[in-house]
Ligand binder design. Structure first.
Ligand SMILES: NC(=O)c1ccc[n+]([C@@H]2O[C@H](COP(=O)([O-])OP(=O)(O)OC[C@H]3O[C@@H](n4cnc5c(N)ncnc54)[C@H](OP(=O)(O)O)[C@@H]3O)[C@@H](O)[C@H]2O)c1
Length: 366
């Protein structure tokens, strides 16, 4: 496989190293913003050199963000090149369009590293769909928030201190909004649900409540109740369509979820025949993520289908049926309320719009 590699950052540089060690892949050209003296392969700052090169059969996009990644990926698919990407933001935002382009042009689109980093999660979902009916996908899909929540629980320290430490360790970006507000987990959830259920739900439809409002006092209150807080992305098939949300959830201290610490992920699927299957491991990091990118390339070489699944039913997100108990903290104190997911997120939105202090967490059923 002759690869045009876009980007030489955390994942791109790790992928470059792995692809050079693999005897089935060759980095034919590398797209960079400025040429890098330490890199031996042919480099360009002009994407036209890659997309117009007939010798390149696969573009590996590892620059991230929506633009120019969108223009590069669509041009590659239209030029009859396979695309492998780890870009959850792009694939989530342009899900139907990118898959349709891959199908129309008889090429493959893979994005296994976009959800779960180094965990072959999307690949495993796709592998199961022809043999079983997956009814739920759920779990800790964001390592940054799990690191912050674990540290707050272990040390009793504040949110802001632990966010700063996560940034120092490279777990959180300078602008941590996508992680701490749950948008990153939501993108991974949407990709997971779309592949698992053969649907096409949209990111904006999934309510999302992150951890930026959590305090050391909340964590201390959870501890007294024998509970541990995790940011959970959850989607399930219902009679009405798909129920889905991202929100903090409280788990018993003795349970499996409470023991997923630091930046790790734990993601599960529930299917009618195989029951519950869980996948744990490094949800991010250069080499784990790059290893999934390389595995996608090798899968394409084996002659895979254009995308993981063919079906893309445009179902809507309906959160009325899912009723659960919530811990709610406002300026007036804390209480426990039985709410539907829709009601809970509407309440959170009201407090946010009024810029009033608020935190909520669902209490997991035992
Ligand atoms: N890091 C992880 O653990 C991880 C895990 C799962 C998925 N991902 C996904 O993998 C992708 C890459 O992430 P990353 O962490 O490797 O990001 P990164 O370290 O910021 O690397 C991106 C690289 O692309 C370069 N770049 C930006 N625009 C470019 C352009 N137009 N042409 C050529 N190069 C360009 C950047 O250069 P400058 O730095 O000079 O701007 C940077 O070196 C993202 O979609 C991310 O969501 C990352």
């Amino acid at each position: 496989m002759k690869i045009g590699l876009l980007g030489f950052g955390t994942v791109g540089s790790a992928f470059y190293a792995l692809a050079r060690e693999c005897d089935q892949t060759e980095i034919a050209r590398l797209l960079v913003l400025e040429k890098l003296p330490q890199v031996a392969c042919e480099q360009t700052t002009d994407y036209a050199d890659i997309v117009n090169d007939p010798a390149i059969d696969t573009v590996v996009e590892l620059i991230g963000g929506l633009h120019p990644a969108y223009e590069f990926v669509t041009a590659a698919l239209k030029a009859g090149k396979n695309v492998v990407t780890a870009n959850k933001q792009l694939v989530c935002a342009c899900y139907d369009e990118l898959i349709a382009l891959a199908e129309q042009n008889g090429v493959a689109l893979r994005c296994t590293a976009a959800a779960g980093g180094g965990i072959p999660w999307l690949h495993s979902l796709a592998r199961l769909t022809p043999c079983d009916r997956i009814t739920a996908v759920s779990g800790i899909m964001n390592g940054t928030t799990n690191y912050i929540l674990s540290a707050m629980t272990d040390q009793g320290t504040d949110y802001a201190d632990n966010l700063r430490e996560a940034q120092r360790l490279g777990y959180a970006e300078a602008d941590p909004t996508a992680d701490v507000e749950g948008y990153d987990a939501r993108r991974k959830l949407v990709l997971s649900a779309n592949i698992a259920f053969g649907v096409s739900i949209r990111e904006e439809e999934v309510p999302c409540f992150g951890i930026s409002g959590i305090t050391a006092q909340d964590i201390a209150a959870f501890k007294r109740l024998g509970l541990v807080c995790k940011l959970i992305a959850h989607a399930e098939l219902t009679v009405k369509g798909v129920a889905a949300c991202v929100e903090p959830v409280l788990f018993p201290v003795s349970g499996q979820m409470a023991h997923v610490n630091g930046p790790d992920n734990l993601i599960s699927l529930k299917a009618q025949r195989v029951g519950v299957q869980s996948f744990a491991g490094a949800g991010a990091g250069g080499f784990p993520t790059a290893s999934n990118v390389l595995a996608d390339c090798l899968e394409i070489m084996d002659g895979c289908a254009p995308f993981y699944v063919r079906e893309r039913k445009p179902l809507s997100v309906q959160n009325d049926g899912l009723r659960q108990r919530y811990y709610v903290r406002t300026a007036d104190g804390t209480d426990s309320r039985l709410l539907t997911v829709r009601e809970a997120h509407a309440l959170a939105a009201t407090y946010k719009n009024n810029q009033q202090p608020f935190f909520m967490a669902a209490v997991a059923e035992e």
